[in-house]
Design a binder for this molecule. Structure first.
Ligand code: NZQ
Ligand code: ZN
Length: 385
Protein backbone atom coordinates (compact mmCIF):
# COMPACT_ATOMS: atom_id res chain seq x y z
CA UNK A 1 0.00 0.00 0.00
CA UNK A 2 1.21 3.53 -0.80
CA UNK A 3 1.66 6.19 1.91
CA UNK A 4 -1.33 8.44 2.39
CA UNK A 5 -3.06 11.16 4.37
CA UNK A 6 -6.74 10.69 4.93
CA UNK A 7 -8.94 13.62 5.90
CA UNK A 8 -12.71 13.95 5.71
CA UNK A 9 -14.51 16.39 7.99
CA UNK A 10 -18.02 16.14 6.48
CA UNK A 11 -20.77 15.19 8.92
CA UNK A 12 -23.49 13.05 7.35
CA UNK A 13 -27.11 13.07 8.44
CA UNK A 14 -28.86 10.22 6.60
CA UNK A 15 -32.53 9.30 6.40
CA UNK A 16 -36.06 10.42 5.71
CA UNK A 17 -37.05 13.69 7.38
CA UNK A 18 -33.49 14.75 8.11
CA UNK A 19 -33.89 18.18 6.50
CA UNK A 20 -35.42 19.35 9.80
CA UNK A 21 -31.95 18.97 11.29
CA UNK A 22 -30.78 22.02 9.35
CA UNK A 23 -31.85 24.11 12.30
CA UNK A 24 -29.17 22.57 14.48
CA UNK A 25 -26.55 22.14 11.73
CA UNK A 26 -26.51 25.73 10.40
CA UNK A 27 -25.16 28.30 12.89
CA UNK A 28 -28.07 30.19 14.49
CA UNK A 29 -26.72 33.63 13.56
CA UNK A 30 -25.76 32.69 10.00
CA UNK A 31 -26.71 34.83 7.03
CA UNK A 32 -27.42 32.05 4.54
CA UNK A 33 -27.44 31.82 0.76
CA UNK A 34 -29.40 28.79 -0.48
CA UNK A 35 -28.21 27.76 -3.94
CA UNK A 36 -30.30 25.49 -6.14
CA UNK A 37 -30.74 24.37 -9.76
CA UNK A 38 -33.34 24.91 -12.49
CA UNK A 39 -36.75 23.98 -11.13
CA UNK A 40 -36.62 20.64 -9.38
CA UNK A 41 -36.02 21.91 -5.84
CA UNK A 42 -39.01 24.25 -6.06
CA UNK A 43 -41.28 21.80 -7.90
CA UNK A 44 -40.66 18.96 -5.47
CA UNK A 45 -41.17 21.03 -2.34
CA UNK A 46 -37.64 20.44 -1.08
CA UNK A 47 -36.84 24.15 -1.19
CA UNK A 48 -39.86 24.98 0.97
CA UNK A 49 -38.86 22.30 3.44
CA UNK A 50 -35.37 23.80 3.61
CA UNK A 51 -36.67 27.34 4.09
CA UNK A 52 -38.93 26.17 6.89
CA UNK A 53 -36.09 24.33 8.64
CA UNK A 54 -33.91 27.45 8.51
CA UNK A 55 -36.49 29.27 10.63
CA UNK A 56 -35.80 32.93 11.34
CA UNK A 57 -32.37 33.06 9.76
CA UNK A 58 -31.81 35.63 7.06
CA UNK A 59 -31.96 33.65 3.81
CA UNK A 60 -31.03 34.68 0.26
CA UNK A 61 -32.18 32.38 -2.55
CA UNK A 62 -29.98 31.84 -5.59
CA UNK A 63 -31.56 29.61 -8.25
CA UNK A 64 -30.62 28.68 -11.78
CA UNK A 65 -27.33 26.86 -11.19
CA UNK A 66 -27.13 24.74 -14.34
CA UNK A 67 -26.30 21.07 -14.77
CA UNK A 68 -22.53 21.29 -15.36
CA UNK A 69 -22.43 24.59 -13.46
CA UNK A 70 -20.89 27.57 -15.17
CA UNK A 71 -18.42 30.18 -14.00
CA UNK A 72 -20.60 32.77 -15.72
CA UNK A 73 -23.68 32.00 -13.59
CA UNK A 74 -21.78 31.38 -10.36
CA UNK A 75 -20.00 34.73 -10.53
CA UNK A 76 -23.45 36.32 -10.08
CA UNK A 77 -23.71 34.52 -6.75
CA UNK A 78 -20.17 35.56 -5.81
CA UNK A 79 -21.14 39.20 -6.28
CA UNK A 80 -24.29 38.92 -4.15
CA UNK A 81 -22.46 37.07 -1.37
CA UNK A 82 -19.78 39.76 -1.29
CA UNK A 83 -22.30 42.62 -1.32
CA UNK A 84 -24.61 41.16 1.29
CA UNK A 85 -21.82 39.79 3.48
CA UNK A 86 -23.42 36.34 3.48
CA UNK A 87 -21.45 33.95 5.69
CA UNK A 88 -22.92 30.48 5.05
CA UNK A 89 -23.75 28.68 1.79
CA UNK A 90 -26.30 25.89 1.55
CA UNK A 91 -26.48 23.79 -1.63
CA UNK A 92 -29.82 22.09 -2.37
CA UNK A 93 -29.48 19.77 -5.34
CA UNK A 94 -27.22 17.30 -7.10
CA UNK A 95 -23.53 17.38 -7.89
CA UNK A 96 -23.83 20.47 -10.07
CA UNK A 97 -25.33 22.67 -7.36
CA UNK A 98 -22.90 21.33 -4.76
CA UNK A 99 -19.89 21.84 -7.05
CA UNK A 100 -21.10 25.32 -7.91
CA UNK A 101 -21.48 26.15 -4.23
CA UNK A 102 -17.92 24.99 -3.56
CA UNK A 103 -16.70 27.34 -6.26
CA UNK A 104 -18.63 30.29 -4.80
CA UNK A 105 -17.28 29.45 -1.33
CA UNK A 106 -13.70 29.62 -2.58
CA UNK A 107 -14.21 32.52 -5.01
CA UNK A 108 -15.74 35.01 -2.54
CA UNK A 109 -12.56 35.55 -0.46
CA UNK A 110 -10.19 34.90 -3.40
CA UNK A 111 -8.16 38.01 -4.15
CA UNK A 112 -7.34 37.17 -7.77
CA UNK A 113 -9.59 36.44 -10.80
CA UNK A 114 -11.62 33.40 -9.62
CA UNK A 115 -11.13 31.42 -12.86
CA UNK A 116 -7.54 31.02 -11.67
CA UNK A 117 -8.91 28.68 -8.98
CA UNK A 118 -9.53 26.23 -11.83
CA UNK A 119 -6.29 27.00 -13.66
CA UNK A 120 -4.39 26.27 -10.42
CA UNK A 121 -6.54 23.19 -9.63
CA UNK A 122 -7.44 24.77 -6.28
CA UNK A 123 -3.90 24.67 -4.88
CA UNK A 124 -3.78 28.36 -3.97
CA UNK A 125 -7.11 28.58 -2.14
CA UNK A 126 -6.40 30.01 1.32
CA UNK A 127 -9.91 30.50 2.65
CA UNK A 128 -13.47 29.49 1.83
CA UNK A 129 -16.91 30.18 3.25
CA UNK A 130 -18.46 27.27 5.15
CA UNK A 131 -20.96 25.20 3.17
CA UNK A 132 -23.59 22.58 3.88
CA UNK A 133 -25.57 20.47 1.42
CA UNK A 134 -28.99 18.88 1.01
CA UNK A 135 -28.52 16.14 -1.59
CA UNK A 136 -31.30 15.40 -4.08
CA UNK A 137 -29.45 13.14 -6.54
CA UNK A 138 -27.12 10.23 -5.76
CA UNK A 139 -24.17 10.25 -8.16
CA UNK A 140 -21.10 12.39 -7.73
CA UNK A 141 -20.06 12.04 -4.09
CA UNK A 142 -19.54 15.81 -4.05
CA UNK A 143 -21.58 15.88 -0.82
CA UNK A 144 -18.66 14.31 1.04
CA UNK A 145 -15.54 15.29 -0.87
CA UNK A 146 -13.27 18.24 -1.61
CA UNK A 147 -13.69 18.30 -5.40
CA UNK A 148 -15.66 20.46 -7.81
CA UNK A 149 -15.89 20.68 -11.60
CA UNK A 150 -16.72 24.04 -13.21
CA UNK A 151 -17.44 24.94 -16.82
CA UNK A 152 -16.52 28.24 -18.42
CA UNK A 153 -18.92 28.48 -21.27
CA UNK A 154 -17.05 31.16 -23.19
CA UNK A 155 -13.96 28.90 -23.34
CA UNK A 156 -15.79 25.56 -23.67
CA UNK A 157 -13.60 24.45 -20.78
CA UNK A 158 -14.69 22.14 -17.95
CA UNK A 159 -12.01 21.88 -15.29
CA UNK A 160 -11.79 20.38 -11.79
CA UNK A 161 -10.35 21.83 -8.59
CA UNK A 162 -9.73 20.34 -5.17
CA UNK A 163 -9.24 21.91 -1.76
CA UNK A 164 -9.79 20.62 1.75
CA UNK A 165 -11.28 24.03 2.52
CA UNK A 166 -14.39 23.24 0.44
CA UNK A 167 -15.40 19.99 2.11
CA UNK A 168 -19.03 20.46 3.18
CA UNK A 169 -19.36 20.90 6.96
CA UNK A 170 -22.38 18.63 6.76
CA UNK A 171 -24.55 16.90 4.18
CA UNK A 172 -28.14 15.82 4.58
CA UNK A 173 -28.90 12.65 2.65
CA UNK A 174 -32.63 11.98 2.54
CA UNK A 175 -33.12 9.18 -0.03
CA UNK A 176 -36.83 9.99 -0.41
CA UNK A 177 -35.77 13.25 -2.08
CA UNK A 178 -34.52 11.20 -5.03
CA UNK A 179 -37.97 9.72 -5.84
CA UNK A 180 -38.74 12.63 -8.15
CA UNK A 181 -35.70 12.05 -10.37
CA UNK A 182 -36.27 11.20 -14.02
CA UNK A 183 -35.04 7.72 -14.99
CA UNK A 184 -32.20 9.19 -16.99
CA UNK A 185 -30.74 10.89 -13.92
CA UNK A 186 -31.10 7.76 -11.77
CA UNK A 187 -29.23 5.74 -14.39
CA UNK A 188 -26.62 8.48 -14.79
CA UNK A 189 -26.01 8.37 -11.06
CA UNK A 190 -25.40 4.63 -11.06
CA UNK A 191 -22.94 4.90 -13.95
CA UNK A 192 -21.10 7.84 -12.40
CA UNK A 193 -20.67 6.12 -9.02
CA UNK A 194 -19.59 2.91 -10.77
CA UNK A 195 -16.92 4.71 -12.76
CA UNK A 196 -15.71 6.57 -9.65
CA UNK A 197 -14.96 3.23 -8.05
CA UNK A 198 -13.32 1.92 -11.23
CA UNK A 199 -11.03 4.97 -11.54
CA UNK A 200 -9.65 4.22 -8.06
CA UNK A 201 -9.64 0.41 -8.28
CA UNK A 202 -8.81 -0.68 -11.82
CA UNK A 203 -5.13 0.28 -11.95
CA UNK A 204 -2.36 -2.05 -10.70
CA UNK A 205 -2.05 -4.01 -7.45
CA UNK A 206 -0.30 -2.41 -4.47
CA UNK A 207 -1.32 -5.03 -1.90
CA UNK A 208 -4.22 -2.99 -0.54
CA UNK A 209 -6.84 -5.68 0.10
CA UNK A 210 -9.01 -3.46 2.28
CA UNK A 211 -9.45 -0.84 -0.45
CA UNK A 212 -9.85 -3.56 -3.11
CA UNK A 213 -12.55 -5.48 -1.28
CA UNK A 214 -14.35 -2.33 -0.26
CA UNK A 215 -14.31 -1.18 -3.90
CA UNK A 216 -15.56 -4.57 -5.11
CA UNK A 217 -18.37 -4.42 -2.57
CA UNK A 218 -19.43 -1.00 -3.86
CA UNK A 219 -19.33 -2.22 -7.48
CA UNK A 220 -21.38 -5.33 -6.66
CA UNK A 221 -23.90 -3.19 -4.79
CA UNK A 222 -24.25 -0.90 -7.80
CA UNK A 223 -24.71 -3.87 -10.15
CA UNK A 224 -27.44 -5.19 -7.87
CA UNK A 225 -29.23 -2.01 -6.76
CA UNK A 226 -28.85 0.09 -9.92
CA UNK A 227 -31.35 -1.87 -12.05
CA UNK A 228 -33.70 -2.15 -9.05
CA UNK A 229 -33.81 1.63 -8.74
CA UNK A 230 -35.23 1.69 -12.27
CA UNK A 231 -37.58 -1.30 -11.99
CA UNK A 232 -38.84 -0.43 -8.47
CA UNK A 233 -38.81 3.37 -8.54
CA UNK A 234 -40.85 3.69 -5.32
CA UNK A 235 -38.59 1.49 -3.20
CA UNK A 236 -37.09 3.61 -0.42
CA UNK A 237 -34.58 0.94 0.62
CA UNK A 238 -33.14 0.75 -2.88
CA UNK A 239 -32.83 4.54 -3.09
CA UNK A 240 -31.19 4.58 0.33
CA UNK A 241 -28.61 1.98 -0.67
CA UNK A 242 -27.91 3.81 -3.89
CA UNK A 243 -27.40 7.13 -2.12
CA UNK A 244 -24.97 5.69 0.39
CA UNK A 245 -23.00 3.70 -2.17
CA UNK A 246 -22.57 6.80 -4.36
CA UNK A 247 -21.32 8.82 -1.41
CA UNK A 248 -18.83 6.15 -0.36
CA UNK A 249 -17.63 5.74 -3.94
CA UNK A 250 -15.92 9.14 -3.86
CA UNK A 251 -15.34 10.27 -0.29
CA UNK A 252 -11.65 9.40 -0.28
CA UNK A 253 -11.88 6.09 1.55
CA UNK A 254 -11.33 3.60 -1.27
CA UNK A 255 -8.80 5.89 -2.96
CA UNK A 256 -6.52 6.25 0.05
CA UNK A 257 -3.16 4.56 -0.47
CA UNK A 258 -3.85 3.24 -3.98
CA UNK A 259 -2.94 4.50 -7.47
CA UNK A 260 -5.72 6.34 -9.29
CA UNK A 261 -6.54 6.66 -12.96
CA UNK A 262 -9.18 9.38 -13.80
CA UNK A 263 -8.40 9.37 -17.54
CA UNK A 264 -11.97 8.41 -18.44
CA UNK A 265 -13.29 11.36 -16.44
CA UNK A 266 -10.86 13.89 -17.89
CA UNK A 267 -11.58 12.90 -21.48
CA UNK A 268 -15.29 12.82 -20.63
CA UNK A 269 -15.21 16.39 -19.32
CA UNK A 270 -14.12 17.59 -22.76
CA UNK A 271 -17.09 15.80 -24.36
CA UNK A 272 -19.49 17.53 -21.98
CA UNK A 273 -17.93 20.95 -22.49
CA UNK A 274 -18.02 20.60 -26.28
CA UNK A 275 -21.18 18.62 -26.97
CA UNK A 276 -23.27 18.85 -23.77
CA UNK A 277 -23.41 15.11 -23.15
CA UNK A 278 -24.40 14.32 -19.55
CA UNK A 279 -21.38 13.58 -17.38
CA UNK A 280 -22.33 9.90 -17.00
CA UNK A 281 -22.98 9.51 -20.74
CA UNK A 282 -19.38 10.52 -21.43
CA UNK A 283 -18.12 7.94 -18.95
CA UNK A 284 -20.24 5.16 -20.43
CA UNK A 285 -18.76 5.95 -23.84
CA UNK A 286 -15.11 6.22 -22.83
CA UNK A 287 -14.67 3.59 -20.12
CA UNK A 288 -15.18 0.39 -22.17
CA UNK A 289 -12.70 1.51 -24.83
CA UNK A 290 -10.27 2.74 -22.17
CA UNK A 291 -10.38 -0.71 -20.53
CA UNK A 292 -9.75 -2.32 -23.90
CA UNK A 293 -6.86 0.02 -24.68
CA UNK A 294 -5.29 -0.59 -21.26
CA UNK A 295 -5.91 -4.30 -21.02
CA UNK A 296 -2.20 -5.10 -20.74
CA UNK A 297 -1.33 -2.26 -18.35
CA UNK A 298 -4.31 -3.18 -16.16
CA UNK A 299 -4.09 -6.94 -16.65
CA UNK A 300 -3.87 -8.07 -13.03
CA UNK A 301 -6.65 -5.84 -11.78
CA UNK A 302 -8.84 -6.63 -14.81
CA UNK A 303 -8.57 -10.33 -13.99
CA UNK A 304 -9.41 -9.64 -10.35
CA UNK A 305 -12.36 -7.45 -11.45
CA UNK A 306 -13.59 -10.16 -13.82
CA UNK A 307 -13.57 -12.79 -11.11
CA UNK A 308 -14.73 -10.88 -8.07
CA UNK A 309 -17.25 -8.46 -9.56
CA UNK A 310 -18.62 -10.43 -12.52
CA UNK A 311 -17.89 -13.94 -11.29
CA UNK A 312 -16.08 -14.81 -14.52
CA UNK A 313 -13.94 -17.92 -14.00
CA UNK A 314 -14.23 -19.75 -17.33
CA UNK A 315 -11.79 -19.49 -20.20
CA UNK A 316 -8.24 -18.19 -20.45
CA UNK A 317 -7.06 -14.81 -19.22
CA UNK A 318 -7.76 -12.98 -22.48
CA UNK A 319 -11.28 -14.37 -22.65
CA UNK A 320 -12.02 -13.40 -19.06
CA UNK A 321 -10.78 -9.85 -19.60
CA UNK A 322 -12.80 -9.50 -22.80
CA UNK A 323 -15.88 -10.80 -21.03
CA UNK A 324 -15.42 -8.34 -18.12
CA UNK A 325 -15.22 -5.41 -20.54
CA UNK A 326 -18.32 -6.67 -22.36
CA UNK A 327 -20.20 -7.04 -19.05
CA UNK A 328 -19.31 -3.46 -18.14
CA UNK A 329 -20.64 -2.10 -21.42
CA UNK A 330 -23.77 -4.27 -21.16
CA UNK A 331 -24.39 -3.01 -17.61
CA UNK A 332 -24.42 0.61 -18.78
CA UNK A 333 -26.64 -0.26 -21.75
CA UNK A 334 -29.07 -2.17 -19.50
CA UNK A 335 -29.45 0.98 -17.45
CA UNK A 336 -30.31 2.83 -20.66
CA UNK A 337 -27.05 4.77 -20.89
CA UNK A 338 -25.65 4.51 -24.41
CA UNK A 339 -21.99 3.60 -24.85
CA UNK A 340 -21.04 4.79 -28.34
CA UNK A 341 -20.23 8.29 -29.60
CA UNK A 342 -22.45 7.66 -32.60
CA UNK A 343 -25.41 7.14 -30.23
CA UNK A 344 -24.97 10.85 -29.47
CA UNK A 345 -24.51 11.76 -33.15
CA UNK A 346 -20.77 12.30 -32.83
CA UNK A 347 -18.32 11.19 -35.51
CA UNK A 348 -14.63 11.41 -36.41
CA UNK A 349 -14.70 15.20 -36.50
CA UNK A 350 -15.56 15.19 -32.79
CA UNK A 351 -12.51 13.04 -32.07
CA UNK A 352 -10.26 15.67 -33.63
CA UNK A 353 -11.92 18.47 -31.67
CA UNK A 354 -11.69 16.63 -28.35
CA UNK A 355 -7.99 15.96 -28.96
CA UNK A 356 -7.38 19.67 -29.57
CA UNK A 357 -9.12 20.56 -26.32
CA UNK A 358 -7.18 17.92 -24.38
CA UNK A 359 -3.98 19.43 -25.69
CA UNK A 360 -5.07 22.93 -24.81
CA UNK A 361 -5.94 21.85 -21.25
CA UNK A 362 -2.63 20.07 -20.70
CA UNK A 363 -4.27 16.62 -20.58
CA UNK A 364 -1.39 14.75 -22.21
CA UNK A 365 -0.20 12.58 -19.35
CA UNK A 366 -3.31 10.88 -18.06
CA UNK A 367 -3.82 7.63 -16.17
CA UNK A 368 -2.23 5.93 -13.18
CA UNK A 369 1.14 5.92 -14.94
CA UNK A 370 0.72 9.28 -16.69
CA UNK A 371 1.32 7.53 -20.01
CA UNK A 372 -1.96 8.26 -21.76
CA UNK A 373 -0.81 10.88 -24.24
CA UNK A 374 -2.77 12.25 -27.18
CA UNK A 375 -1.91 9.24 -29.34
CA UNK A 376 -3.44 6.88 -26.81
CA UNK A 377 -6.43 9.18 -26.27
CA UNK A 378 -6.96 9.18 -30.03
CA UNK A 379 -7.11 5.39 -30.09
CA UNK A 380 -9.57 5.39 -27.17
CA UNK A 381 -11.80 7.99 -28.80
CA UNK A 382 -11.73 6.27 -32.18
CA UNK A 383 -12.62 2.97 -30.54
CA UNK A 384 -15.55 4.74 -28.86
CA UNK A 385 -17.18 5.86 -32.13
O1 NZQ B 1 -31.66 21.86 -12.32
P1 NZQ B 1 -32.78 21.12 -11.71
O2 NZQ B 1 -34.12 21.55 -12.15
O3 NZQ B 1 -32.65 21.07 -10.20
O4 NZQ B 1 -32.69 19.58 -12.24
C1 NZQ B 1 -31.61 18.73 -11.97
C2 NZQ B 1 -30.67 18.60 -13.16
O5 NZQ B 1 -31.26 18.99 -14.34
C3 NZQ B 1 -32.16 17.34 -11.80
N1 NZQ B 1 -32.46 16.96 -10.42
C4 NZQ B 1 -31.63 16.96 -9.35
N2 NZQ B 1 -32.26 16.45 -8.26
C5 NZQ B 1 -33.52 16.17 -8.66
C6 NZQ B 1 -33.65 16.48 -10.03
N3 NZQ B 1 -34.80 16.30 -10.71
C7 NZQ B 1 -35.83 15.77 -10.03
N4 NZQ B 1 -35.78 15.42 -8.74
C8 NZQ B 1 -34.63 15.59 -8.02
N5 NZQ B 1 -34.58 15.20 -6.74
O6 NZQ B 1 -31.14 16.47 -12.26
C9 NZQ B 1 -30.38 17.14 -13.28
C10 NZQ B 1 -28.94 16.78 -13.12
O7 NZQ B 1 -28.42 17.31 -11.92
P2 NZQ B 1 -26.84 17.42 -11.70
O8 NZQ B 1 -26.63 18.03 -10.36
O9 NZQ B 1 -26.22 18.07 -12.88
O10 NZQ B 1 -26.40 15.90 -11.71
P3 NZQ B 1 -25.20 15.17 -10.99
O11 NZQ B 1 -25.46 15.01 -9.54
O12 NZQ B 1 -24.99 13.97 -11.79
O13 NZQ B 1 -23.96 16.17 -11.13
C11 NZQ B 1 -23.19 16.24 -12.30
C12 NZQ B 1 -22.08 17.26 -12.14
O14 NZQ B 1 -21.15 16.84 -11.11
C13 NZQ B 1 -19.83 16.82 -11.65
C14 NZQ B 1 -20.06 16.52 -13.09
O15 NZQ B 1 -18.95 16.83 -13.88
C15 NZQ B 1 -21.26 17.38 -13.41
O16 NZQ B 1 -20.87 18.71 -13.63
N6 NZQ B 1 -19.00 15.87 -10.90
C16 NZQ B 1 -18.58 16.23 -9.67
C17 NZQ B 1 -17.74 15.45 -8.92
C18 NZQ B 1 -17.26 15.85 -7.58
N7 NZQ B 1 -17.52 17.06 -7.15
O17 NZQ B 1 -16.61 15.08 -6.88
C19 NZQ B 1 -17.23 14.15 -9.43
C20 NZQ B 1 -17.94 13.67 -10.63
O18 NZQ B 1 -17.04 12.85 -11.34
C21 NZQ B 1 -18.47 14.69 -11.54
O19 NZQ B 1 -17.43 15.13 -12.42
ZN1 ZN C 1 -17.95 11.32 -12.20
Amino acid sequence: MLNFDFYNPTQISFGEGRIAKLDSLVPAEAKVMVLFGGQSAQRTGTLDEVKKALGDRQVFLFGGVEANPTYEKLMEAVQIVREEKIDFLLAVGGGSVIDGTKFVAAAVPYSDEPWNILLNSGRDIEQALPIGTVLTLAATGSEMNNGSVITRRSLQAKLPFHSNLVFPKFSILDPSKSFTLPERQVANGVVDAFVHVIEQYLTYPVNAPVQDRFAEGLLQTLVEQGPLALSQPDDYEVRANLMWVATLALNGLIGAGVPQDWSTHLIGHELTALYALDHAQTLAVILPSMMQERRDAKREKLLQYAERVWNLREGDEEQRITAAIEQTRAFFETLGVKTRLKDYNLEQAAVETVLKQLEQHGMQQLGERQDIDLTVSRRVLEASL
